[in-house]
Design a protein around this ligand. Structure first.
Ligand SMILES: Nc1ncnc2c1ncn2[C@@H]1O[C@H](COP(=O)(O)OP(=O)(O)OP(=O)(O)O)[C@@H](O)[C@H]1O
Length: 569
């Protein structure tokens, strides 16, 4: 029966809700008087938490209405059943974070913190939440729900894991809050006897409130002195009338929308700052996260540079030099000009010397035929053959003599591996330049006159010329994309699953602020990673990614990181 003269803080009328085939509310009615403690009791799984969520507007009814006296979330304090707190923060930091979200100034946060930690016996406020016991961390959660001095306080099992003495103190404090400050408190609890101190008890079972009276009235009605026995008796009575209850067919009405107003709709810089600070504190203290976001990608960069960024070493190359015995090359000297009458050095030694200096493994074979056969051996990368007249033909070539009928150097290169083949071809080209330089410098002729009359420049800069330079830029770009997408996704999922995002949103955070703060942290990580990647490539592996257009490249990196972040989110 609804009394017209009483002011109700919360009224639930004819509520129905299903989870699939599970009928959680079956025409439920609940009336919470303003300025009272309402103890919501019921067996596990009867739907107490669901009812609280519907009151808060985080869930909707299938039908029925919920009327609230308070209009804004600012006037509501909610302690969820799960912890829903960031365990990497200290108690102090948690107060500071939620206080800032509720737009409290530093002084009032401090005053409230002292008051609540004293009442809830939380002594060391520098302790991390992860280091607290279950009961202690629930007390912090309770304190946070009371921090902004709300009018309506909804607490889902606040006394679980708390010793009886402190539990009694907490109930005394609740009573004081109701009497002195006219607060309304709705509490769910499994400890039936502690609900003795509530002004009204609602016994919930089978989707309805089977009794809603003061503890004394319930005891009198059931003629017992324990709430537990009264509850058992009321359950038995309900079971007797079960058939009658089951006949209640849910009336499918559209539930009335009386959602609590959000604390604020506009974007607030202080909340973004608080979110960023919290995210940073959590990120910098979570060593597993640091390892996977900072250290693993750097390790991957090392691996990549080692595998792709460097020249291959010790590749076996067979050769046959018919111009001179390879042993004689050890006494080779290039002090004289190749055009001198008395010049009798074998220039094939310069080429072989160059290949040896580039860390190729040179293997001499007995003749040209054996060399060509060696190309059938797995692992042999190339065969070089110098004819007897190599140096003489070289002089003719330099002199543009038309009498050269055939090449005096032959080379076979493996087709087995594109990367190996590419490197050997580049080194053949370089060995030719080296040879010309060696030959012509001693004759005071500019070697460039014999080189190709083409100066090759790549658009990204003079140093960036080869495959390994290009591929590293691509690798960094892709790593940044996937790093940021997985980081963004993991943060959003963790916050959602642990209920921290909901709790923050309950304290006024909107999705835009949450995304902006996360975006700022991602940009910071992205910038640090990009700089470290480039340093590793340039400094440790001498692999230039880019020598001009740095601004454009950095912007490209930022863009792919941001796209990755949005993709993950
Ligand atoms: N998201 C969901 N999807 C499907 N079923 C759900 C969902 N949430 C809760 N339920 C079911 O609804 C019923 C009521 O759950 P609720 O958590 O509200 O109960 P409770 O009374 O708070 O339980 P406890 O006292 O153990 O916390 C349970 O049977 C539960 O399995």
């Amino acid at each position: 029966m609804i009394n017209e003269d009483i002011q109700y803080e919360v009224q639930v009328t004819n509520a129905y809700k299903n989870y699939g085939a599970n009928n959680v509310f079956n025409g439920l009615n609940m009336n919470v008087t303003s300025g009272s403690i309402y103890g919501l009791l019921g067996p596990s799984g009867c739907g107490k938490s669901t009812l609280l969520h519907c009151i808060l507007g985080t869930m909707t009814l299938d039908s029925g209405t919920i009327d609230l006296k308070v209009e804004s979330l600012k006037d509501v304090g909610y302690m969820p059943q799960d912890l829903c707190l960031e365990t990497e923060l200290t108690i102090n930091e948690t107060f500071e974070y939620y206080g800032t979200l509720y737009k409290m100034n530093e002084k009032s946060i401090k005053t409230k913190k002292v008051e609540l930690t004293t009442f809830l016996q939380l002594s060391n406020t520098d302790s991390y939440i992860k280091d607290l016991s279950g009961g202690q961390s629930r007390r912090v959660s309770l304190a946070i729900s009371l921090l902004h001095d709300p009018k309506l306080i909804i607490l889902d099992e606040p006394t679980v894991g708390i010793d009886p003495i402190l539990r009694n103190d907490i109930w005394t404090e609740f009573t004081k809050m109701v009497v002195q400050h006219k607060k309304t408190i709705i509490i769910t609890t499994h400890y039936i006897e502690e609900a003795n101190q509530a002004n009204c008890i609602g016994l919930m079972r089978n989707g309805v409130i089977i009794e809603e009276k003061s503890p004394q009235d319930i005891l009198t009605k059931c003629n017992t002195d324990s709430l537990e026995s009264a509850f058992l008796e009321l359950c038995c009575n309900q079971d007797k009338n079960e058939n009658h209850m089951a006949k209640n067919v849910p009336a499918k009405e559209v539930p009335r929308k009386n959602k609590l107003k959000k604390i604020e709709n506009n974007i607030d810089f202080h909340r973004i700052k608080a979110l960023f600070k919290k995210n940073w504190q959590v990120f910098s203290r979570d060593y597993m996260l640091l390892f996977s976001v900072i250290f693993l990608p750097l390790l991957q960069m090392f691996n990549f540079c080692n595998a792709i960024g460097n020249d291959f070493k010790n590749m076996p190359i067979t050769f046959k030099n018919d111009e001179v015995n390879y042993e004689s090359c050890k006494n080779f000297s290039t002090q004289r000009c190749i055009f001198d009458e008395s010049f009798n050095e074998a220039m094939s030694c310069v080429v072989l010397d160059y290949f040896a200096s580039q860390n190729y493994k040179l293997i001499e074979v007995k003749d040209q035929e054996a060399g060509e056969m060696s190309m059938n051996n797995a692992g042999n990368m190339a065969f070089i053959y110098f004819q007897r007249n190599y140096t003489k033909d070289l002089i003719k070539y330099i002199n543009r003599d038309d009498n050269i009928t055939e090449y005096s150097i032959f080379m076979h290169i493996t087709n087995e591996n594109f990367l190996f083949k590419n490197q050997i071809r580049m080194d053949v080209y370089k060995s030719y330049n080296h040879l010309m330089k060696t030959v012509l410098n001693n004759c005071n002729i500019n070697p460039r006159t014999i080189n190709l009359p083409v100066d090759v420049h790549t658009i990204v800069g003079n140093d960036v010329k080869i495959y390994t330079n290009g591929i590293i830029a691509l690798f960094i770009e892709m790593t940044i994309f996937f790093l940021l997408s997985s980081f963004g996704a993991s943060i959003v999922l963790t916050e959602k699953i642990s209920g921290i995002l909901n709790r923050s949103m309950f304290a006024g955070v909107n999705l835009m602020e949450f995304s902006t703060a996360l975006f700022c942290l991602c940009t910071l990580i992205l910038s640090v990673q990009s700089v470290l990647f480039c340093l590793i490539s340039y400094v440790l592996f001498f692999n230039p990614i880019i020598t001009s257009g740095l601004f454009l490249y950095s912007f490209g990196l930022l863009l792919s990181g941001w796209i990755g972040f949005l993709f993950g989110k």
